[in-house]
Design a protein around this ligand. Structure first.
Ligand code: SD4
Length: 332
């Protein structure tokens, strides 16, 4: 079943809870429908955790980690799987376009040294995560935007491609009939892939890649490529990444907040919950939008939390690639 479809169809599952200083999560493997023991200690690495049901991506990242490569290599390769998946309508090729019919991509990557690279409003390039890595490693800058980012990518050997697939074009044409812009919880394209990995040396890196909100205004950039908002890594402490309505994540600098809360002693779960509460406090209209966070600390403990039901994460750890339904704030 396609991921988006699955998210829409997913029935209520069991939900994660944080206990003491370790994170335990109740879980359900959606692909085998096998029920697991409700409380499983999650700390250990290497590990990969990503937003949404992206088992192929986490499997690729895991494969890279098993070769002994770095967490940075793992998140890049893992994110690339979704970027190349033309059926995924929120990342890379096949992403839903902006109001004018242009597919514009945002991505960023952070390594264990705290270096960061990003591309925003990138068009015609299939792998923004790799371009972001090149920005980080091969330029004196941290963010390249639009035409400049595209020219840089081409100069680095990336091939231009048409990112608008027939399916996404059709969806956009359908949308144009009403041109109503209203984010719909869990359906309005909340499939951005944010990925965190810890390699065998215990070093942490992260990546985040998206086509942003469907039918956004031309020129709109979300949280995903912005350091501290869509992603933040501090190799001494841990990492966090976000999905959902980017404007809300940006206003609360969510991923940085989570890492700082972990620095102060909170578990990844507690930190994700606090970051969601900050959004709730600020935005009385939180019922109308979704945000989900995932986090990992240096020990390999993980956490995830969202405003509403319907947020899923994928984790590859201890040789198991599994999907987890996130606990959430709005219990009605
Ligand atoms: C954005 N946070 O551009 C992204 C959207 C998202 O799945 O998460 N989509 O605001």
């Amino acid at each position: 079943m396609k991921r988006r479809k699955f998210i829409q169809n997913a029935s209520l599952s069991t939900f994660g809870i944080a206990v003491g200083s370790s994170v335990f999560a109740s879980e359900k493997n959606i692909f085998s429908s096998e029920k697991k023991s409700p409380q499983i200690e999650t700390a250990s690495f290497p590990l990969v955790i990503a937003t949404w049901n992206v088992n192929d991506s986490t499997a690729e990242a895991w494969r890279v980690l098993q070769e002994g490569k770095s967490a940075l290599d793992a998140v890049e390769k893992g994110c690339m799987v979704e970027e190349a998946n033309a059926e995924g309508q929120s990342v890379g090729i096949g992403g839903l376009p902006d109001r004018d019919g242009n597919v514009t991509l945002d991505a960023c990557i952070m390594n264990k040294e705290g270096d960061y690279g990003a591309v925003v409003y990138l068009q015609n390039i299939m792998h923004p995560i790799s371009v972001a890595r090149k920005v980080m490693e091969d330029t004196p800058h941290v963010i390249l935007a639009g035409k400049g980012a595209e020219q840089f990518a081409i100069s680095e050997g990336f091939k231009p491609v048409d990112l608008l697939t027939d399916a996404s074009k059709k969806a956009w044409e359908e949308w144009k009939k009403t041109s109503q812009y209203k984010p719909i919880i869990n359906i309005e394209n909340h499939d951005t892939i944010g990925m965190l990995a810890i390699d065998k040396n215990g070093d942490i890196s992260g990546g985040c890649t998206t086509s942003g909100l469907a039918y956004k205004m031309a020129g709109r950039v979300g949280d995903s490529p912005i350091i501290g908002s869509g992603l933040f890594i501090d190799n001494e402490i841990g990492g966090a990444t976000a999905t959902g309505l980017g404007e809300e994540v940006l206003k609360t600098v969510g991923s940085f907040l989570i890492v700082e809360l972990m620095r102060q002693g909170k578990t990844p779960q507690q930190a994700c919950e606090e970051a969601i509460r900050r959004i709730i406090k600020k935005s009385p209209n939180y019922k109308d939008f979704q945000v989900g966070y995932i986090a990992v600390n240096k020990k390999g403990e993980t956490g995830y939390y969202s405003i509403h039901d319907g947020f899923w994460v994928t984790k590859y750890q201890n040789d198991k690639n599994e999907n987890f339904s996130s606990d959430f704030y709005d219990k009605k």
